[in-house]
Design a protein around this ligand. Structure first.
Ligand code: ADP
Length: 516
């Protein structure tokens, strides 16, 4: 290529192409690696310094680093570090954990977002015959890192797309596969490049949309949402000091009381992580600064302030969110379900009404296919066991059932409302009210078995926040209770259930006298 460039006349367009190619080749590190620090005590300190809580995650990462250290000391050339995949809702610290690992190891850190990448060429580059051809993102990342062993964070691997321009997932597979990435071939570079020293870490919000072949190669570490207590501590110890520094506030100039932080979390954010919380804290810091700077004269030297919850509207405007609370009385046909979304857990009211008709089922509230099926299963179960449940079979046949899940504009899906749908349906058909302080979750089978569900921690947090006293959950989820903080568990009565009959017994009150 150098020979070719030497032969081109200076202003020849090909010369520029040739030159930028050569620039890239010479800028790549070609085997230059930074030396790993691999001091586990220092790594632990780094992870603890940057993050509150997350104990199991930190342990898991330290185990991973310990294995890496041992393998390095044995000079095992065949050792391939597994690829970590941090899975969890937005704002729970996935990116910042990856950053801490890089800092602890002393490796350069490069983040690339894979969200919306549809074209294989983005990973692997365009051939140089194309006008404006460029190397792919992997080679660009190595160039930016300046070493052959950076930590490359591939964000949002679950949002990878694919279309007629090729499948980026298969290109990534090659990048992440230790058998193949020793000689990765970028279309632009056209030289084999050794990626085997790179530490790849990926993040995702959910594993459902990650292609199976990729999922197989990664080791999953799941992060769940934070409780309110955890968020308060994170705000106090990490987010607020960071925002003070970013906005130029002196330490102690503006302090936040615990109740104020609680107020921000409850009234101004709705999320599993702490991203909105961080934004709201930044807003407070900016507003405070503006107000202080605008005041001239003696008031500018106002004493340090401790912000209280009642001051929040002055800084953040009216509160934006309010959480649904449990009803104040037992109602017929209304049951509290618990749902999991990327924003964390939520309480979901399920309303059922029974009206005269011909046994039809109507569903409203933007229920997804799976949830509609759950509703049918729930109703089949109740109707199929009508006699046993003390219902009049002929009455059931002459009754239409309408199931509605409020906040109709928000799509809802998933099988975990099954048991709630059955309880609400039985309540509507029997006239027995549902106990208002009970909430429940669990998939239901036609035979009435209750199957396990995901997101138990978030659901329990939502239940406690909504004022629920008793939570019914699938017995097979009992192992997940270990992940739920005591501050949440202690306030709830937790009832593991195996089947629908147990749920009915626990959730339904007796029918009022005179009701048949
Ligand atoms: P994600 O990658 O999961 O979306 P981020 O890593 O971007 O989340 O986290 C958002 C912000 O919250 C960052 O400023 C991060 O430092 C902070 N953060 C999240 N979890 C914690 C924690 N446990 N301790 C301290 N800060 C945290």
């Amino acid at each position: 290529e150098i020979h070719r460039l030497a032969k081109y006349p200076p202003n020849f367009p090909e010369a520029a192409v040739s030159r930028s190619y050569l620039d890239l080749v010479f800028e790549l590190p070609w085997g230059h690696c930074s030396k790993d620090k691999l001091n586990l005590a220092a790594c632990r300190r780094q992870l603890d310094r940057d993050h509150y809580g997350l104990q199991t995650i930190k342990e898991r990462i330290l185990e991973y680093l310990a294995v890496m250290k041992r393998q390095k000391s044995m000079k095992d050339e065949t050792y391939k570090a597994p690829i970590l995949c941090l899975v969890g809702p937005p704002g729970v610290g996935k990116t910042s954990i990856a950053q801490s690992i890089a800092t602890a190891l002393g490796r350069s850190y490069i983040r690339m977002s894979l969200g919306g990448v549809k074209d294989e060429a983005e990973i692997r580059g365009h051939r140089r015959t194309y006008i404006g051809a460029m190397p792919g993102r992997i080679i660009q990342a190595i160039k930016r890192a300046g070493t052959d062993n950076p930590l490359i964070l591939m964000d949002e691997i679950d949002k990878l797309g694919s279309d007629y321009r090729g499948d980026p997932a298969s290109a990534l597979l090659e990048v992440l596969d230790p058998e193949q990435n020793r000689s990765f071939r970028d279309h632009y570079l056209e030289l084999n490049y050794d990626l085997s020293q790179v530490l790849f870490v990926t993040t995702a919000n959910t594993t459902e949309t990650i292609p199976d072949a990729l999922l197989d190669r990664m080791e999953l570490i799941e992060l769940s949402g934070y409780t309110e207590e955890e968020k308060t501590e994170i705000a106090r110890l990490h987010l607020w000091p960071k925002q003070q520094k970013l906005n130029g506030l002196a330490a102690g100039e503006l302090r936040l009381s615990k109740t104020a932080i609680h107020g921000i979390i409850e009234d101004y954010t709705r999320e599993a992580g702490v991203r909105q919380l961080e934004q709201q804290l930044a807003r407070i810091a900016r507003r405070w600064l503006l107000k202080k700077e605008e005041k001239s004269g003696p008031s500018a030297a106002a004493p340090n302030k401790l912000l209280q919850r009642r001051d929040l509207t002055r800084y953040l405007g009216k509160s934006r969110y309010h959480y649904d609370l449990v009803d104040t009385k037992d109602l017929v046909g209304l049951a509290n379900g618990l749902a999991w979304t990327v924003n964390g857990g939520d309480m979901l009211n399920i309303e059922v009404s029974a009206v005269k008709g011909s046994g039809k089922l109507q569903l409203t509230g933007q229920l997804g296919d799976v949830m509609q099926e759950s509703a049918k299963v729930a109703l089949s179960y109740v109707r199929g066991h009508a006699a046993e449940l003390g219902l009049d079979t002929s009455y059931c046949e002459k009754t239409d059932i309408h199931i509605h899940v409020p906040e109709g504009a928000i799509p809802k899906d998933g099988p975990s409302a099954g048991i709630t749908l059955a309880v609400a349906a039985l309540s509507a058909l029997s006239g027995r009210p549902v106990k208002h302080q009970v909430a429940m979750t669990g998939e239901l089978t036609i035979r009435g078995r209750v199957l396990p569900i995901g997101g138990l921690k978030e659901k329990m947090i939502a239940a406690q926040r909504a004022g629920v006293k008793t939570v019914l959950f699938p017995r097979q989820n009992e192992a997940d209770l270990d992940d739920i903080p005591a501050s949440v568990k202690d306030k709830l009565q937790l009832c593991p259930i195996n089947d629908a009959q147990e749920a009915f017994a626990l959730a339904l009150a007796a029918a009022p006298a005179g009701n048949s």
